[in-house]
Design a protein around this ligand. Structure first.
Ligand SMILES: [Cu+2]
Length: 133
């Protein structure tokens, strides 16, 4: 395992902790935005992580932190909520927010031609209707 692979694994572990910590934070601070971190990588290097996100419908804003941990530029679009970030350069982070007001499955995807599998750089945001978020 080389240094870069080790770093990649550590980043995934860190992201898992951040996402897990984010959920805990949600219960502790029910009025703040609900933060979700997404790692951006071209499909051949792991794709969006997580590539499937499930949340509950609600009035509280959701904040997406999109972290480009790849070596190339990516973009981000979640058209169902009018969100588009044209360029997130390697190593950079973008933040967007929206109110998850509608139930459904919504695609998010990369908007920059980042490699041969660019068209597969797609994730799903599922917004569920029942229960309390
Ligand atoms: Cu891309």
């Amino acid at each position: 395992m080389d240094r870069q692979e080790t770093m990649g694994i550590l980043l995934v572990i860190a992201a898992t902790l951040v996402i897990g910590g984010g959920s805990l934070f949600y219960y502790l601070l029910p009025s703040g935005p609900y933060t979700i971190e997404i790692l951006a990588r071209a499909p051949e290097r792991g794709n969006w992580f997580p590539s499937e996100i499930e949340i509950k419908r609600g009035d509280r804003p959701v904040r997406l932190i999109i972290r480009n941990v790849d070596g190339v530029t990516h973009g981000f679009a979640l058209p169902a909520f009018n969100i588009r970030v044209d360029q997130i350069r390697a190593g950079q982070t973008a933040q967007v927010s929206f109110i998850p007001s509608r139930v459904g499955s919504f695609r998010f995807y990369c908007t920059v031609w980042c490699g041969p599998y660019h068209m597969k750089m797609i994730g799903i945001l599922k917004i569920k209707g029942e229960g309390k978020r």
